[in-house]
Design a protein around this ligand. Structure first.
Ligand SMILES: *[C@@H]1O[C@H](CO)[C@@H](O)[C@H](O)[C@H]1NC(C)=O
Ligand SMILES: *[C@@H]1O[C@H](CO)[C@@H](O)[C@H](O)[C@H]1NC(C)=O
Ligand SMILES: *[C@@H]1O[C@H](CO)[C@@H](O)[C@H](O)[C@H]1NC(C)=O
Ligand SMILES: *[C@@H]1O[C@H](CO)[C@@H](O)[C@H](O)[C@H]1NC(C)=O
Length: 481
């Protein structure tokens, strides 16, 4: 999950606003078109009847995934993959190995697999360190932020200005020149607080600061720094930016409040190389009746260069593969094509998926549903969905098929950096809602390892993913737009 999710939250609020706007309009009787309620009612009955007929096949998929031969398989696959390859940052050798690994594994699994070339950013962290020099010597755990420039080889040593918010920085703007700005902003929500990681360096750079250290965007910490993408504004001097831990941000805040002078030394070897060659990895089960029409399932293969990238987003990638395996193992083949895409360059702002969209949007009218799992594969609680009212009605029936695993909730707002281009173009979009209260504890940190994954929870996610994708791909009609 990236920065773009943050931008999209604002975008979604805007869409909601528009939506409410149109509802308000409907309240004026003279703007209402005459409705054939008989038609609508008959249609709803037909849909319910058509979808209910899939109860047996849904049960078969669930049984295979949760209690049958496929039990624990997506977890085992994820463990083998992330233990073998490790983390997979955009442009790295590891990401290349990961793509080859998945290409082979899904081919051996009997799926129809191909790679689609794209260019991705190539940022390299290099060696980095930071320490408080004054008022007492203390090492700081840091992680440089994606796209940050480095420091000179000898590092930067400067006085520190600690602030709690952008407002405070503005008020104390005259104090920032020549200093390292430390942000000790409280965690409100990822969507809101990530603005500090994204724009902290440029906001400090505008005021003449020499570097920015940003409190990690997480509600919980055992001295863990969390990395992620940051975004330099055009025309503003690029200064080095890294995340520090909650503990160290609060420590420096307390020191500053006591009037103590704080001096920090920061050394970062970060550099950006020319864009690298990479691939989106695509696996399919071709539809028997409308092979050109597509239900797309996805997760991203790239990660940050820390931990194992098991949760973000190895899990989402594995359940998107597993869903096709389950359907294939049962000898099922839907009317439309099921296409799993394992994106590259997601953490750099959805770079691989944007190029995929640009290439394939000529076939926009053949995309039925786009799905992405990028919020963890913990215990699922429901399906998040964006689509027209008519599409919502169909999906509300589809999720009823998930009664055996208690995940019959249809919630508003499908999300995912990689599927937004399609959703913005009007394609219905879905994402997995899991019990994600711990997601940001591990997100973009050394803590994102197999240890946070659970085989049973992954089975439930795979079952949900497979049932939704299969049934939508097999319905008589594509989802209404
Ligand atoms: C309304 O729907 C019914 C049932 O499909 C149909 O028989 C009837 O002609 C429709 N009426 C109008 C005004 O479209
Ligand atoms: C699945 O994983 C769970 C938890 O690790 C374990 O208890 C169980 O024996 C495993 N079952 C199979 C069939 O591998
Ligand atoms: C568009 O769809 C057609 C028909 O399925 C296919 O032959 C063609 O390769 C597709 N083009 C792209 C760019 O995906
Ligand atoms: C679903 O809920 C029922 C009733 O609470 C419970 O018995 C069952 O184990 C649950 N199923 C799963 C897969 O969690």
């Amino acid at each position: 999950m990236t920065l773009d999710d943050f931008r999209m939250h604002s975008f979604l609020s805007f869409i909601t606003f528009l939506h409410i706007g149109s509802l308000v309009c409907d309240c004026h009787p003279h703007t209402l078109k005459p409705k054939n309620t008989t038609d609508a009612a008959i249609n709803a009955l037909d849909i319910a009847k058509e979808v209910t007929a899939y109860a047996d096949v849904a049960k078969q998929i669930i049984d295979l995934a949760v209690y049958g031969d496929a039990r624990n398989r997506s977890y085992r696959r994820l463990a083998d993959f992330t233990d073998t390859i490790g983390n997979r940052v955009s442009g790295s050798k590891n990401l290349e190995m990961a793509i080859n690994y998945m290409y082979k594994a899904m081919t051996v699994d009997g799926l129809d697999v191909h790679l689609e070339p794209v260019k991705v950013p190539h940022w390299v962290r290099g060696k980095e360190s930071a320490e408080i020099v004054q008022p007492r010597s203390k090492n700081l755990a840091i992680l440089g932020l994606g796209s940050s420039v480095g420091t000179p080889p000898e590092g930067i040593q400067a006085d520190v200005l600690v602030v709690q918010s952008f407002d405070e920085l503005k008020r104390r703007g005259s104090e920032a020149k020549g200093k390292i700005v430390v942000y000790n902003q409280p965690f409100v929500s990822y969507g809101e607080t990530v603005a500090y990681r994204a724009f902290g360096a440029s906001e400090a750079g505008k005021l003449g600061a020499v570097a920015a250290l940003i409190r990690s965007v997480t509600p919980f910490s055992i001295n863990s720094p969390h990395t992620g993408l940051q975004d330099y504004q055009d025309g503003v001097k690029k200064i080095p930016a890294a995340c520090i831990t909650i503990e160290d941000a609060e420590l420096m805040w307390r020191m500053a409040k006591r009037g103590e002078k704080i001096v920090v030394k920061l050394t970062m070897g970060a550099t950006t190389l020319p864009d690298a060659d990479s691939f989106n990895t695509v696996a399919e089960i071709k539809g028997w009746q409308h092979p050109e029409q597509v239900v797309l399932l996805s997760g991203h293969l790239d990660s940050w260069d820390v931990g194992q990238g098991a949760m973000d987003d190895g899990g989402g990638a594995m359940i998107s593969w597993e869903a096709l395996s389950l359907i294939k193992d049962l000898g099922l083949r839907p009317r439309r094509t099921l296409r799993t895409v394992l994106w590259t360059g997601e953490e750099q702002g959805g770079v691989g998926s944007q190029q995929y969209f640009n290439l394939h949007k000529v076939n926009l009218s053949n995309f039925d549903l786009v799905m992405e799992s990028d919020l963890g594969t913990f215990r699922p609680v429901g399906l998040q969905f964006t689509g027209s009212d008519a599409a919502q009605k169909v999906m509300a029936e589809v999720v009823k098929l998930l009664a055996p695993i208690n995940t019959t909730r249809l919630e508003p707002h499908g999300e995912g950096t990689d599927i937004y281009p399609w959703m913005n173009a009007g394609i219905p979009g879905a994402s997995l809602h899991v019990m994600d209260s711990r997601y940001f504890w591990f997100h973009h940190s050394e803590g994102d390892t197999m240890t946070v994954q659970d085989p049973h929870e992954m089975d439930l996610c795979s079952a949900l993913w497979a049932v939704v994708a299969y049934v939508v791909a097999d319905l008589e009609e594509m989802l209404p737009r």
